[in-house]
Design a protein around this ligand. Structure first.
Ligand code: DX5
Ligand code: ZN
Length: 220
């Protein structure tokens, strides 16, 4: 059964409390926390995401799915460990060496948090294979990281298929999360390709009925 991780990047600040409550009651599985540093990507959402994490942890038991789109991965890992997230995902493209990537993997694991690695649309899926035995999830970006409300890039579906095939052939226990531009129309393509966790932001938060949209994302 696919799980839904709702991105809160595009929620209106003045309606945040209501929106977060409505998302929780809509039946999502995770809050997807999009942390941007203004360097790895143009936007800087750090302060807002810290505020939302503090609030979510005070009103909800839903797990946090933290997506770091940052250059200084180590310092952001330490900042977001404070919210006891379910998983922290960093970008493969932020690592300069294999040692650095494994340092980040171990830092997250030592704090009993699951590890995810994300790749941008233009990064070859094979570049992540060496790390798969050591992590819990691959976050395949189906849009360029940096903002919500974009169109899904069709070529990224093939990457999910290739990754799913490799994971199955090597008997790996790995979640595949797809992130960006996913809605009730294209979600079936993403699931058939092999993604078992779906990130959806605008498709849910811009819809009239969150619960109905979440159900369609799960069942379509
Ligand atoms: C983009 C973020 C995504 C995005 C998803 O950089 O990583 O999580 O907010 O939002 P939608 O579903 O609106 O593309
Ligand atoms: Zn994201």
């Amino acid at each position: 059964m696919v799980e839904i991780s709702a991105s809160i990047l595009s929620i209106k600040n003045e309606e945040a409390i209501k929106t977060l409550y409505n998302l929780e009651t809509a039946g999502i599985n995770y809050f997807h926390i999009d942390v941007m540093d203004g360097k790895f990507v143009k936007e800087n959402t750090s302060d807002r995401m810290i505020e939302y994490c503090e609030y979510i942890n005070s009103i909800s038991n839903l797990p946090l799915d933290v997506h770091l789109m940052v250059d200084d991965v180590k310092s952001y890992i330490n900042s977001f460990l404070a919210f006891e997230p379910n998983i922290i995902t960093f970008h493969l493209e932020a690592g300069k060496t294999k040692e650095e990537i494994f340092e980040w993997i171990n830092l997250i694991k030592e704090n009993n948090v699951k590890v995810g690695i994300s790749i941008k649309p233009n990064t070859n899926i094979k570049e992540i294979y060496d790390y798969l035995p050591f992590i819990h999830m691959v976050l395949v970006m189906t849009v360029e990281p940096g903002k919500g409300g974009q169109e899904l890039i069709p070529d990224t579906i093939e990457k999910i298929k290739e990754l799913d095939k490799y994971v199955k052939e090597n008997n790996l226990e790995i979640d595949i999360e797809a992130d960006g531009g996913i809605n009730t129309e294209n979600v079936s393509l993403v699931k058939e390709a092999g993604a078992n966790i779906i990130v959806s932001g605008t498709a849910i938060t811009a819809s009239e009925n969150f619960k109905e949209t979440v159900e369609k994302l799960i069942n379509n």
